[in-house]
Design a protein around this ligand. Sequence first.
Ligand SMILES: C[S@@+](CC[C@H](N)C(=O)[O-])C[C@H]1O[C@@H](n2cnc3c(N)ncnc32)[C@H](O)[C@@H]1O
Length: 348
Amino acid sequence: MKEVVAVDLFCGVGGLTHGLQKAGLDVVAGVDIDPRCQFPFEVNNRSLFCLKSVDQLKKGELDSWYNGADIRVLAGCAPCQPFSTYSQGSKSAKDEKWKLLGEFQRLIEETRPEIVTMENVPQLIGHEVFVEFVGSLEKLKYSVSYKLVQCEKYGLPQTRKRLVLLASKFGEIELIKPTHNKPEKHRTVKDALHGLPCLQAGKKSNKDPLHKSAALSDLNLDRIKSSKQGGTWRDWPEHLVAECHKKKTGKSYVSVYGRMEWNRPSPTVTTQFFGFGNGRFGHPTQNRAISLREGAILQSFPRNYQFTKPGVDPEFTVVGRLIGNAVPVRLGQIIGKSIMRHIENHAK
Ligand SMILES: C[S@@+](CC[C@H](N)C(=O)[O-])C[C@H]1O[C@@H](n2cnc3c(N)ncnc32)[C@H](O)[C@@H]1O
């Protein structure tokens, strides 16, 4: 088997890297601008973390990491960037917003890796920068495929939708078929979270610092006690309902302040999943929002994945963002499997 070496741009805490490694790829380096990602990326993965903005990354650095490998994979999920309200809506604002996708494209054009993969938000599909990105790959003679993936159909205990692109110099490449297509096969919140120690709102486990849940006000504690699995604030007695939800304009906002259901996949784990009021992030049976560890497990990180150095108390906003932004490990593994299968068939 030829040596398959990957570099992960915008690597974060390593969700994608971890999944690619599980599938047998050798991810030698990850690049990210956020220093908080270095510890989790390196301690959980056999890989080097490069703290740098991708727009400063040079072809020579990529070449040195690939070190003459037979098959080079360039992976990345270029995030869209916030832009000033001043330029909002203008052509230049759109270009600014997806500037990092342009940097990913530049590095592909400069290094011509044998295989490229990108994960991103579904909204990117309709965007002209995506059309341009695909066009530039085709011009370089890559076979390209992309797909809107419903992650629960690939064994993630979460209904997350993502765009996944694969491109190869060896010929047609596609994501493998769904592994958990039928709803009765979907992995559930119960499958994922069974056996974790019970927790009260505002408390943390003495065995695992990441198994901590955000405090709730007395009002929100009463609210969660009145919440049903999969229900909404409409199940609450009148005196608990927020004034904004009583108004005509607020009546349709039903997907906040809810509990997850044991027997279904969770909703999308966002960067704010630790807050009961931020979505359907209430624990199915305990009176609290899910813990940081539970969010990480729903993103299919192994139960012992470390996010902060020993002795450092994980901050909800920081670690919640890192977890919510990650590519689920399971999706990374499916992408990795698709690449390895393609290589077996096309690049002997
Ligand atoms: C969607 S997250 C990536 C998640 C990661 N692939 C994972 O699986 O955990 C996007 C990442 O891009 C990083 N980022 C944003 N601007 C960047 C830049 N200019 N250069 C490098 N990384 C950047 C962010 O810090 C964030 O970690």
